[in-house]
Write a protein that binds this ligand. Structure first.
Ligand code: ADP
Length: 331
């Protein structure tokens, strides 16, 4: 109902629409219209009530409101169940709660702010209110638990395609779970899984995209290594539109995986990779070494040729990859 009211007000703005007209168009009472208008105002929509004329939509809040997302979402199923909050610990944790309660495949959780956003290895992910896209997706893939880490690669391709659709943005994927712009971290992705022997219950893919985090807001220790889309884009970025683009890409790519397996996704991933062909420093819990990132194999494992010529298979779970070039090029 609220979405329909907004559509009518949006189409008519700056001209007002009377309560009577809204009520008759939507087949409800004027009181029902009034109640819904109040609810929209509470969400942040600025709607003026002009005596004898009706309601005028004056401003739409810069928020990731479900009504706005639903307007732009072009997916068949992904994100049709969507949970939105102003603030949460982490959207991955939100998704896990909904998944454990039996939410639908493709449920999306979005927050304006995360107070305990996480990266891999329990590292934090800085997620200030209204400045990024902090969201997670629940998928219930029919493939084996061993395949789940490849969901990170899938999400990375979906996100990089979406961010690169903005003028001036040429981002690339750093294995396994980051997207870099100008060598700095723009996006972090964290995939978590609930599985039993040989069977995935669900996968949660969490994504943090810095959209317009002001430099002075970024914690000092991240200032040299983090970047926002707004720092490079030559056009304004609307967060709702960006989310809709990412979800559309994700659905399309996931459906390719369901039909054809991961092969086509790995091929796309290679095209967007900034890691392959580079000298990298692999930092594992028990060892650190330098080598050339040759390729990823069909399992998404990174193949690094060490200086002695041997080839190491690097699993995503427990390592960090840095550029081996040192100063000023952290990645
Ligand atoms: P890694 O760089 O080893 O792959 P993660 O993928 O686990 O690390 O990401 C977590 C790291 O990302 C944090 O330790 C921090 O350095 C950095 N970070 C945290 N928040 C942000 C952010 N909003 N933008 C860019 N980098 C961030």
């Amino acid at each position: 109902m609220r979405g329909k009211i907004l559509n009518i007000l949006r189409a008519s703005a700056p001209e007002p629409v009377s309560g009577e007209e809204l009520a008759s168009k939507l087949g409800v009472s004027r009181t029902a219209i009034w109640k819904n208008i109040q609810a929209l105002k509470e969400e942040g929509y600025q709607i003026a009530a002009l005596t004898k004329k009706g309601y005028v939509l004056e401003n739409i809040p810069d928020k990731l409101l479900p009504v706005e997302i639903a307007q732009q979402l072009k997916t068949k199923w992904l994100g049709h169940e969507l949970h939105y909050v102003d603030s949460t610990g982490s959207t991955n944790a939100m998704c896990k709660t909904y998944a454990n309660e039996g939410c639908t495949d493709g449920t999306v959780c979005v927050a304006e702010e995360q107070t305990g956003g996480r990266g891999r290895l329990s590292r934090g992910w800085f997620s200030p209110a209204g400045k990024g896209l902090w969201f997670s997706v629940v998928l219930e893939p029919p493939f084996l638990p061993e395949e789940a880490p490849k969901c990170t690669l899938l999400a990375a391709v979906a996100v990089v395609k979406a961010v690169n659709s903005y003028k001036g943005v040429h981002a690339a994927i750093k294995w396994p779970n980051d997207i870099l712009l100008d060598g700095k971290k723009l996006v972090g992705i964290l995939t978590e899984m609930s599985a039993e022997f040989g069977h995935i219950n669900y996968v949660v893919i969490g994504t943090g995209i810095n959209v317009c985090v002001p430099k002075e807001m970024v914690p000092p220790e991240l200032r040299d290594s983090a970047i926002s889309l707004a720092d490079k884009a030559k056009e304004p970025i609307n967060r709702v539109e960006l989310l809709a683009k990412v979800l559309a890409n994700l659905e399309e790519l996931y459906e390719i995986v369901l039909k054809q397996g991961f092969k086509p996704i790995l091929a796309l991933w290679r095209n967007y990779s900034t890691t392959l062909g580079k000298m990298v420093k692999v930092i594992a819990p028990d060892t650190t070494y330098v080598g050339k990132a040759l390729d990823i194999n069909e399992d998404g494992i990174l193949l690094v040729q060490k200086e002695d010529g041997t080839i190491a298979e690097v699993l995503a779970g427990d390592v960090s990859i840095r550029s081996a070039l040192g100063k000023g090029n952290k990645y």
